[in-house]
Design a protein around this ligand. Structure first.
Ligand code: THU
Length: 139
């Protein structure tokens, strides 16, 4: 079940991402990644990377989390991402790839939390995707 906790701090959100990374399916890269989305509603949705023998079909942790988010509720507040925490069990900090930045932008993500030397580090989303193209550009 989704967890609701508006006050979840950066460290706790990173811990949710770390826990999600433990489920990663990474027989090829052996590079487990976890992502935890904090939604406007307060709900937390997590995801891990899922690889494939046809390498290009790999789904990153962030996009697993976003597709879970969409599939689990049609409530607009549960489709708005306030921030995302990302953990790579083998690399720190682990920043989202370009494709994931675009997908996170679609749902309004405002902040990205990564871990550096064991400490949470927060970035404004616009630092990672300046001049991003999103839904409002089509309005
Ligand atoms: N990966 C993610 O899950 N998220 C990222 O933002 C970076 C890369 C995954 C994809 C692949 O399974 C592994 O990390 C190595 O690229």
């Amino acid at each position: 079940m989704p967890q609701t906790n508006q006050a979840l701090d950066d460290r706790a959100l990173l811990d949710r991402a770390r826990e999600a990374a433990e489920s990663a399916y990474v027989p090829y890269s052996r590079f487990p990644v976890g992502a935890a989305l904090h939604l406007r509603s307060g709900v937390i949705v997590t995801g891990c990377n899922v690889e494939n023998a046809s390498y290009g079909l790999t789904i990153c942790a962030e996009r697993t989390a976003v597709t879970r988010m969409v599939a689990q509720s049609t409530d607009p507040g549960e489709r708005q991402i306030v921030r995302v925490a990302i953990i790579g069990l083998k690399a720190s900090p682990c920043y989202p790839c370009g494709a994931c930045r675009q997908v996170l932008h679609e749902f309004g993500c405002q902040q990205v939390i990564v871990e550096e030397s064991g400490e949470p580090r927060a970035h404004r989303f616009s630092e990672l995707l300046p001049f991003g193209f999103g839904p409002s550009d089509l309005a």
